[in-house]
Ligand binder design. Structure first.
Ligand code: A3P
Length: 325
């Protein structure tokens, strides 16, 4: 993939226009996430305990549980909200009264203790939903591929936009250390495979290999943005629902970027001690192609090489441009 798009100005130390107006780099080589450790090749942080991952792997899920899985910043919250509404009769009133992270617990999160994902899951009455950013090899595979046939929905996004979104999340989120560096510093962390949950492309490839399993649905963020109603139907069908036009429209309308970014149940303004949305809103832009405002020509060329190498032979491709924004 050649870099044909004129991207943000090229510069040796990548001193790009940065909406956070940062011009000071951090020492990336010594930078660590709070409580950083690596588990089976996956960089994780203090909010996931090793014992917790072992528990998750062997978790006995119900047949009617649904897992929403993803690499961070690929459209997880949007997919969670759509999925929850599909399985709760498009009850937007109930969804307006309960935080998305309570309705759909974050499985591997252990802090604070009252937000422990496994405990929250146990407190839910069916139909239960859960969210995870764990790569396929750390997930409760047994429940998905044999025995219970728990369903999993994995959402992906073009890795350039996902990394830009992840950068801003790193800057605003205390669990991720409120990263003090520039976009270029963050890109270096990516190159060094130091980002929490590992390399985005490895994460994709792990789940992509499972795409023919009838209990797993793979989605792309760009497809949801292009055909929101169609993708709601598609998810519904996978979950065994034949949704009426009215129901689809109710869910679509409730899950637009405009609505979700204003909705305190989904926009994460409720936990400022962890996600400081005054630094960067969680619901930032919700667009395809913002990477062009961040990647230098050199970074883009390097990224294309990495993408080509990691995805070679997989058949997995992404859209990097949109006319729909
Ligand atoms: P940006 O930072 O590019 O705006 P996740 O939920 O996996 O953390 O992903 C967050 C990204 O999805 C953010 O991307 C956010 O704005 C975007 N997003 C969240 N809800 C959305 C919606 N309803 N429509 C479009 N994009 C949405």
């Amino acid at each position: 993939m050649a870099s044909e798009v004129p991207i943000a100005k090229s510069c040796p130390k990548c001193d790009l226009p940065d909406p956070l107006k940062r011009n000071k780099s951090v020492d990336v080589s010594s930078y660590e996430l709070p409580g950083a450790y690596t588990y089976e090749g996956v960089p994780l942080a203090y909010f996931t305990k090793v014992e917790h991952i072992e528990k998750i792997r062997n978790l006995h899920l119900r047949e009617d549980d649904v897992i929403v899985a993803s690499y961070p910043k690929t459209g997880t919250t949007l997919t969670q909200e759509i999925t929850w509404l599909i399985r709760n009769n498009a009850d937007t009133e109930a969804a307006s009264k309960s935080y998305n992270y309570v309705r759909v617990p974050y499985l591997e999160n252990c802090f604070p203790p009252e937000s422990d994902g496994i405990l929250l899951l146990e407190q839910l009455t069916p139909p239960r939903h859960l969210k995870t950013h764990l790569p396929w090899h750390l997930c409760p595979q047994k429940s998905i591929i044999d025995g219970k046939h728990t369903k999993a929905i994995y959402v992906m996004r073009n890795p350039k936009d996902a990394l830009v979104s992840y950068y801003y999340f790193y800057c605003s989120c205390a669990s991720f250390g409120q990263f003090p560096g520039t976009w270029s510093d963050f890109f270096e962390l990516f190159l060094m495979d130091k980002l929490c949950y590992g390399n985005i492309l490895d994460h994709y490839v792990g789940w992509w290999a499972m795409r023919d399993n009838p209990n797993i649905l793979l989605l792309k963020y760009e497809d949801i943005l292009k055909d929101h109603a169609g993708q709601i139907r598609h998810i519904g069908k996978f979950l065994g629902y034949d949704l009426s036009d009215d129901t689809v429209e109710t869910i679509r309308n409730f899950t637009t970027f405009k609505k979700m970014s204003k909705n305190p149940m989904t926009n994460y303004t409720s936990i400022p001690e962890d996600i400081d949305t005054s630094i960067v809103p969680f619901m930032r832009k919700g667009q395809v192609g913002d990477w062009k405002n961040h990647f230098t020509v050199a970074q883009n060329e390097l990224m294309d090489m990495i993408i080509n190498k990691k995805l070679a032979g997989t058949g997995l491709t992404f859209e990097y441009d949109s006319t729909n924004n």
